[in-house]
Ligand binder design. Sequence first.
Ligand code: CTP
Ligand code: MG
Length: 223
Amino acid sequence: MHAVGIVAAAGSGLRLGAELPKALVPLGGRPLVCWAVESLRAGGVEQVVVAVPAPQQAAFIAVLPDDVHVVIGGDTRTASVRAALGAAREHADTVLVHDAARPLTPPDVVARVLAALAGGARAVVPVLPVVDTTVVVDGDGVVTADVPRAPLRRVQTPQGFDRATLVAAYAHAHGTAAEFTDDASVVRAAGIPVHTVAGDERAAKVTVAHDLRMAELQTERPR
Ligand code: CTP
Ligand code: MG
């Protein structure tokens, strides 16, 4: 099995509100994107393609290892992954798609996704249970229903796919008006079952400033 890693790093990071694109924001002195590439490699992925924002392409090339392939991303995460998928080598039979915004993903999570693919799954996502009471509200913010949380899961990255399956699912999604926030939903929209493995709280996404402070605390302690 030959896996290629795709890191979606072309977002601007509006909710984080930093002066740099989020993937270039430092954590423990290293840009988030470098952490994300490193955790894919530590988990067993050799070749990595990173989708970056066009205006900062040079800044990304300057901080990334020389053997990382850099492509220009798009206006949406889906467009960025699509661009990177086009650059992923033909000889790779599996693809792992990861967010640059999940810098502290333990290599074990990557390894679990790879193992599920090796076991024959065509699509795999790392998930965590929902621990809070979860409700539905109406337009006025009034609770209208409780949601049984036992079957609910929060979905993380890296998400792993049989390469041909992911390429076909992206082709299937092209031209539809549907908006996707991750790759497994693109694959599911094409009718492919998506399997799950255990995620990890440390793979949390850096979205707002508080998340970055929490990640900083984690890097200061032994992991
Ligand atoms: N991403 C991307 N291309 C885009 C938008 C997002 O590659 N056009 C990437 C981001 O760089 C990030 C991941 O998708 O690593 C998850 O997206 P998110 O956390 O929403 O990051 P941003 O879009 O950068 O942040 P925001 O939505 O706050 O602007
Ligand atoms: Mg976004």
